[in-house]
Ligand binder design. Structure first.
Ligand code: 8Y7
Length: 273
């Protein structure tokens, strides 16, 4: 069985630790320090109990600059290779580009996490040719413009319709439903109220019978509610798992693992450590 399938069988919420590979301003083109600091961060998240490491080389923050595919490959590949060599951990690749997927898939990764839900040229084909699971995230617009007055006539219905359309596209390309994970895309082309509505209504997406992933860690909507984004993210994360989220994408792994232990202990009506 695949690493991710084995994790999902555990029947507890999974923690995906965020590993952003950001350009290192000190090493002029050399990748050594950049890779080393990413590995240090990954080792810490694994020690803290992360189930999955989500490696990304493109910033999708609102208004972020685009990255070329060569640049993105050069950022992520050394980290993917070193992490795979050192650990038997589940590795998720956060990318929307077919070339980046193609470069990383031979390195024994476990999941494609695509905020553009396989809408970029060539990505459906690349994922279909692999046997990998993929997370389809909803986004309205593009990172550079998605926060400019996002509007929905019926938010939950429109997100569900997007999922139906992308699931159909995946199935037509030969990607079976069993390989799909869905994500409402907290913060991607949504106002704070949109984000809160989708989170509150998360169980409405249970009918797809696919694992649901939620990423709200340290996001601005959380910061609008409370100053302390860690406390806010932990609270939001527990609300998400109570509404059916199976995976949480987070920065603060140790704290999330601890919060989930309390949540699970309540669910199981016994102390779960
Ligand atoms: C999400 C994500 C980001 C999310 C999934 C950030 C890459 C922005 N957010 N992937 N990526 N879901 N699946 O603030 O919510 O972490 S980047």
């Amino acid at each position: 069985m695949s690493r991710l399938a084995a994790l999902l069988q555990l029947n507890r919420p999974l923690v995906m630790g965020i590993l952003n590979i950001t350009p290192d301003s000190f090493s002029d083109g050399g990748r050594f320090l950049e890779t080393e600091s990413a590995l240090i961060h990954a080792r810490q998240m694994l020690e803290d109990g992360a189930d999955i490491i989500d490696i990304g080389g493109e910033s999708t923050r609102p208004g972020a600059q685009q990255v070329t595919e060569d640049e993105e490959i050069n950022r992520i590949l050394p980290v993917v290779q070193a992490l795979r060599k050192e650990f038997d951990v589940a590795i998720s690749l956060d990318t929307s580009k077919a070339a980046v997927m193609n470069a990383a898939i031979p390195e024994d990764i476990d999941l494609i996490n695509d905020v553009r839900a396989l809408q970029e040229r060539g990505t459906l084909e690349v994922v279909a040719a692999s046997q990998l699971p993929v997370c389809l995230m909803h986004m309205k617009g593009e990172p550079r413009n998605m926060q400019e007055a996002p509007h929905y006539d019926n938010l939950v219905q429109e997100v569900a319709e997007f999922f139906r359309e992308r699931i159909r596209a995946c199935e037509q390309a030969g990607i079976k439903r069993e390989r799909l994970i869905l994500d409402i895309g907290f913060g991607f082309g949504k106002t704070p109220d949109h984000n809160l509505t989708l989170l509150n209504r998360l169980s409405d997406f249970g009918g797809f019978e696919m694992p649901l992933l939620v990423g709200l860690s340290r996001k601005s909507t959380i910061g609008k509610i409370v100053d302390d984004r860690l406390t806010g993210s932990l609270s939001g994360g527990l609300a998400a798992v109570s509404r059916g989220a199976r995976l949480l994408r987070v920065h603060d792994v140790a704290e999330t693992v601890a919060a989930l232990k309390v949540w699970r202990s309540i669910e199981q009506e016994q102390v779960m450590v």
